[in-house]
Structure formats: C-alpha cells, structure tokens
Design a protein around this ligand. Structure first.
Ligand code: ZN
Length: 320
C-alpha cells in the first residue's frame, strides 16, 4: 500500500503546488506509513472543509455550498434542489497539502544521497551524484518547462553528465534535453515504494551502440558500423527522417518531404518523394549483407502518406 501512496503523491505533485490529497483518496493509505509522512512534514493536514463544490450544473449563484451538520451527518446542501445534496463522511472533509521540498528531502534521504538537496531553480533540486551522473529532480511539469533551466543545470554541474528526474514532458521538450545531452528519466519509472530511487535507472541504457550514426557537418553516415556514401539529396532526406524518428510520431508526410527537398514554391510534375526514397534505400544498402532488411528501414506509410525510419530514438545518433 505504501508504494501506491508514494506514486499517488508524486502524481498529484505533477500539476504543481499546491498539490492536495483529499481524505477520500488518502483513506485507504491511513496507517503507520501515512502518519510518518505527517510527522515528517511531507503531508500537512488542513482544517476540515466547511464548504463543498457546487453541483455540476447548479444555478444557485453561490461560489461554494456550505457544509451543514444535520442529524450527525455532514451534508453539502444545494439551496435549489435537495436531490443535489451530498452526504459526506469525516474522511471526505479532510485534506492534506503535499509539501514539495519535504517530499524531495525524503526522496534524497531514503535513496542514499548524503547531503540535503538544494533548490537550484524554482521546483528543481540538486540531489547529488549517483554512480556516474549528477542528478536533479523536478516533481512538477512546470518546473521542468521553465525557461533557461538547461543553462542553470549546466552552471551547477559543468563537467559530469546530468540526469534529470521529472514528469515526462512533450516530445519537443525531450528533444531539447537530449540535444543538451541531459538524460531525462520519468519520475514514475525510477521512484518506487517508500520514495526509494532506483539508481540503475539514472544511467543511460548502454545495451547497444546506435545503429545509425549521422554526422551533419561531415555529411557522414554509418549504418551498423558500415560507412555509407549518400548523394546530397539522399543525405538531406535521411536527416529529415532521422530528426523525426527522434521525436514522435516518426512518420514524415510526403508533402513535408517534397517541400524539404524542393522548396514549397517549386511545382514540379515529378515532385514525388518516391524517387529520392528509392535512391536513399539504394545508398543505405551499399554493400550490406541483408539488403532487404536495410531497404525496409525506410518504411512506406499510408494515412497520412509518407515515410518512416524504422529505428528507435536510441538506435539513432544525430551528431552536429
Ligand atoms: Zn446545486
């Protein structure tokens, strides 16, 4: 049950402060572990609620309806319609504020970080070193999205590689962190029961070397360790597909390929990506043993019509 409680508190914290835990959500978790969170100031109990939200479509004109005690029961009474009355129990009236700083202190303490975490930007804490990386933690989505955060992290840690634990941001944000060589790890993926961090998750996956390595400046392409010779157009197309495959969805529509290769203003009768795609497949095959498998790396897609590079982001390295 406590594992679920830590996940619940972290999820509620993603929307930013103040994060509230209502008594009804909390009730299944009441017990020693819950009391410990209260004692450590991670949860702070509010005074029992005296008002309740209106009925969903109420036209009573109130901001909130008062909670009355009638015959020993708490009733959130609708002034217009008794059918809208809600009967509440004692737990319903309870609520707890989640204290982000205390929560982060707890995560650091139970996860073996010696020093207390320091807040380096609003809502972003420096936890310390894991095996090989300096670790930062942001428990709200807004904290990770704040402008200038990457520069701030780099000022705190100038040399060692960086891992940021945070709620998973949109794909565009993830790309910005990847380009800055900062590893993002989702909060839920690495913080488990009783707020203990799984340190193994803070290291980048080294299971395999990237299959496709593209050097933009050098115009070099390496596939499965074999250098490939590409025409200027095929190279341009491959970079476009690779950039998109690093985001999601990986598919690049025909019209995007057309305007990328020929510009949007040029109307060409032959402006179909089919030819350039065939040339790219030919070039990638080069002297590969399994030409069929290599050709299928550039996959035809329908609805929308386009093409997709069949490689995961981890299998692609796009160098400047
Ligand atoms: Zn009402």
């Amino acid at each position: 049950m406590t594992g679920m409680l830590s996940a619940l508190l972290l999820r509620l914290s993603e929307a930013g402060a103040p994060a509230l835990l209502w008594g009804r959500q909390a009730a299944p978790h009441f017990g020693r572990a819950f009391d410990r969170l209260l004692a450590r100031g991670i949860l702070i109990e509010h005074a029992p609620a005296t008002e309740w939200e209106l009925c969903p479509t109420c036209e009573c004109g109130l901001e909130a309806r008062p909670i009355r005690k009638i015959d020993g029961r708490h009733i959130a009474a609708c002034p217009l319609d008794r059918g809208g009355d809600i009967v509440l129990d004692d737990d319903d009236l309870r609520s707890f504020r989640i204290e982000p700083a205390a929560l982060v202190r707890e995560i650091a303490a139970v996860s073996g970080f010696g020093a207390a975490p320091s807040e380096v930007a609003p809502g972003v804490w420096h936890l310390g070193m894991s095996a090989t990386r300096t670790v930062f933690l942001a428990i709200s989505e807004a904290a990770l999205a704040q402008p200038g955060l990457i520069a701030t992290l780099r000022m705190v840690e100038r040399s060692a590689p960086i891992t940021v634990i945070a709620p998973t941001p949109p794909a565009s944000e993830r790309t910005r962190f990847a380009e800055a060589e900062i590893l993002h790890v989702d909060v839920g993926a690495c913080i488990g029961e009783d707020f203990v961090l799984d340190h193994a998750r803070l290291e980048p996956p080294h299971a395999f070397a990237p299959r496709l390595v593209i050097g933009r400046a050098a115009r070099s392409v390496m596939l499965d360790g074999v250098p490939k010779l590409l025409s200027e157009q095929a190279f341009k197309l491959l970079v476009l597909l690779a950039e998109q495959a690093l985001k999601s969805p990986a598919i690049v529509e025909n019209r995007v390929i057309e305007s990328h290769l020929w510009g949007s203003s040029i109307h060409r009768i032959t402006s179909e990506p089919r030819e350039p795609v065939r040339a790219l497949r030919d070039a990638l095959v080069g002297n590969s043993a399994d030409s069929r498998a290599v050709r299928s790396l550039v996959e035809n897609r329908r609805n929308p019509n386009g093409y997709r590079l069949v490689l995961t982001p981890e299998e692609i390295e796009l160098k400047p």
